[in-house]
Write a protein that binds this ligand. Structure first.
Ligand code: GTP
Ligand code: MG
Length: 443
């Protein structure tokens, strides 16, 4: 660092007294007026199982009825549903976004239930970071969707925290301000509630889960905030009904045995929550989101991208150097992957060529084999044909011989028969002559 840099960073300071009113004491008012004219935004994430009372509590907190649909218990996955509302109180505009975790706790396997929530939070940080990194930024009218607070609804079981709650809170605690709430606190007795609160806090501490602590560094709120920290987790009751108590209409839940008044501090911690969340610490929650959670995300992301505050020689970080180094790295990587691709392509071509050659050789062999078989079959057929012809010739010869023999035999037999007949006839005529001669002699 040069001596000029040092001079610029720590100019000589002197305290002077003004001899009259100048007017910069109106700066806080100017800030207020500017902020009021821009309006505010506040984003709440409600994490809790289906039907635990998230929407009812939001309606009760903001004293209105937000549109909402009941979630089904049959979601395959958890998904986040953000809804934004423009609210006005006195002359202050508030853009309120309520993000609901739909289907949380409904799956048989809840191992990955926290993931969509973490991804959603990171995604909003990423949008903001991208806006910050733009050359032409418009942060003054940027719709900030980063989650300022996570109201974590715990079932009023009176037992201990479920592992799903512990895992989810552990995954979220470095990304968002978590305020743990015991939902439907009217369903648990006062004594059990106190024990449950102690148990939850001890479980959170022993598992290293960091929940949001109401800040105690600002004198104006130190007292109230430190006393409220002792009440965590806040036990809340929500209701959309109004019941007449005395001569006043109040938000309450009416039961056959009595009325639970939402705003009665003896009945539940709803008022404490509203006080802490909206009336006292809303700005701190916004501030913590930006300076702690977003800052952590931004730092990790920029480090991942290769940015750092000082180089290896502890010299101040130079964006230009990092850019050049990154560009060189990127080009080298590109060249490497191009070379890899080329190598891969050549190898693939060689492999395919070898494969084709092998196939061709196999086909040729097969062809030769078939040709050989064909030749052998042809030869054997030829042989058979010759044998048959031979057989036919010998058969014809035998036939002719047989016929000749037969004809000769017939001739001989005919001749023989004729001779026999002749002999017979001769004998007959001889005997006739003899008998005639004999008869003549007798007479
Ligand atoms: P999904 O959005 O469907 O997940 O439900 P949710 O968490 O928004 O719950 P919702 O506010 O719709 O309430 C569900 C039921 O619980 C309704 O019948 C409410 O009247 C009831 N309920 C809400 N808050 C309380 C509460 O503090 N105590 C009791 N006893 N019941 C409540
Ligand atoms: Mg709801």
């Amino acid at each position: 660092m040069t001596s000029r840099d040092t001079d610029l960073q720590s100019p000589e300071k002197r305290t002077l007294t003004l001899s009259g009113h100048v007017g910069f004491d109106s700066l806080p008012d100017q800030l207020v007026s500017k902020s009021v004219s821009l309006g505010f935004c506040f984003n709440i994430l409600c994490v809790g199982e289906t039907g635990i009372g998230k929407s009812t509590l939001m309606n009760t907190l903001f004293n209105t009825t937000f549109e909402y649909e009941e979630a089904s218990h049959y979601q395959n996955i958890v998904y986040l549903r953000p809804r934004t509302y423009d609210l006005q109180e006195s002359n202050v505009d508030l853009k309120l976004t309520i993000v609901d975790t739909v289907g949380f706790g409904d799956q048989v396997n809840k191992e990955e239930s926290y993931k969509p929530i973490v991804d959603y939070i990171d995604c909003q940080f990423e949008y903001f970071l991208q806006e910050e990194l733009k050359i032409k930024r418009s942060l003054h009218n940027y719709l900030d969707t980063r989650i300022h607070v996570c109201l974590y609804f715990i079932s009023p079981t009176g037992h201990s925290l479920r592992s799903l709650d512990l895992v989810t809170m552990k995954k979220l605690d470095s990304k968002v301000n978590i305020i743990p709430l015991i939902a439907k606190a009217d369903t648990i007795s006062k004594c059990e509630l106190n024990k449950f609160k102690i148990k939850i806090m001890s479980e959170l501490v022993s598992n290293g889960v960091q929940v949001y602590q109401f800040p105690t560094d600002d004198e104006a709120v130190t007292e109230i905030n430190s006393s409220m920290n002792a009440h965590l987790p806040l036990a809340v009751v929500g209701s959309s009904e109004e019941v007449k108590v005395g001569n006043k209409q109040v938000r309450a839940r009416q039961y056959p045995w009595g009325v639970v008044q939402v705003e009665n501090e003896n009945h539940c911690d709803f008022v404490k929550l509203r006080e802490m969340l909206i009336r006292v610490n809303m700005e701190d929650l916004r501030e913590q989101t930006h300076s702690r959670h977003y800052e952590l995300y931004r730092r990790c992301k920029l480090e991942e991208m290769g940015f750092k505050d000082s180089d290896t020689d502890s010299q101040p970080f130079s964006l230009q150097d990092v850019y050049v180094a990154k560009r060189r790295e990127f080009l080298a990587e590109l060249q490497r992957s191009e070379e890899d691709m080329r190598q891969m392509f050549v190898t693939k071509v060689k492999e395919t060529e070898a494969e084709l050659k092998e196939r061709e050789r196999e086909l040729h062999e097969r062809f030769e084999q078939l040709k050989r078989i064909h030749q052998e079959e042809k030869q054997s057929l030829e042989q058979k044909r010759r044998e048959l012809e031979e057989e036919m010739n010998s058969f014809s010869r035998r036939k002719v011989a047989a016929e000749t023999l037969q004809a000769n035999t017939l001739q001989t037999s005919i001749t023989h028969t004729i001779k026999k007949d002749k002999d017979k006839r001769n004998i007959f005529s001889l005997s006739s002559a003899l008998s005639f001669a004999t008869e003549g002699n007798v007479n």
